[in-house]
Design a protein around this ligand. Sequence first.
Ligand SMILES: O=C(O)CCC(=O)C(=O)O
Ligand SMILES: [Fe+2]
Length: 293
Amino acid sequence: MPSIGPSNITDKLDDEVIAMDPSQIVDLDHYPIDQPDGPACQSLIASCRRDIEKQALCMLPEFVRPDALEVLQTEAQALAPKACRMDNLRTPYGWMCNAGFKPDHPRSQLFRNRSGLVLGGEFPSHGSIEALYYWNPLTEFLRQVIGVDTLYNTACPHLSFNIGVEGEGDQFGWHFDTNDGCAVSLLLQQADEGGHFEYTPFIRSDDDENYAEISRVFAGESELVRQPVMAPGTFTLFRGHRSLHRVTPVGHTTRDRLIVLFGYDQNPGMVYPESTVNDFRNPSSDPYYGRPA
Ligand SMILES: O=C(O)CCC(=O)C(=O)O
Ligand SMILES: [Fe+2]
């Protein structure tokens, strides 16, 4: 499968750190994704697919080796101060037009997104996070789990791979993801208090918006809400278009929550429009109500 970008990088980083080889980053003893046709990997893929089908989420704890986790944490910690910061109120239904609903309807609710995002251009060339992102066995593994004919790293210099940064007081309010694909992430560091990922598996579909249950989630009364235990080093695939989710407010903490976000596309060469990148670079503090009427 063609790939965009390098793999097996051992070049020097700008700051003289040697980037790790991805085969040393991923715990291949537990997750043998470098042998995609072997029975162990095929059974891993099948189990990931079952998890996603059943609970909209598949978590691979200790996906990266402990020593590699330290390297990735150090890289991300150095990048965190370069994060674009955003703070606004947003509709959970960002891809829809939400005009005309009563004030207490889920489509009229707004939740706060106060967080940071490190854009691709800030990363050191040939760092370890980039090396992992462009590692062909990882992309091929994801392709098989997601179950698509083709999957590519995106070609966007800014939004291919990113780090979400949440410090004290930050939160990522209730929302659905715009795309009906799989969000791919690797948690690197957890905050001392709060900053937990919460979600409600498959609460909505295009045929059934399930507004009554969603109102219960917003009111803190739904039994569907799950808060999976997610330790640093956990690699996650998540279907966020049908599963309402959030990152709870970060309380008092000495460390940021740091999470690597990897983007893929079924077509090669995908680049986000400049306007999308600018929305991250110069985020508006105005409430975002969704697609205009
Ligand atoms: O940081 C996370 O765990 C999830 C972030 C998220 O929901 C998003 O980027 O859409
Ligand atoms: Fe999301």
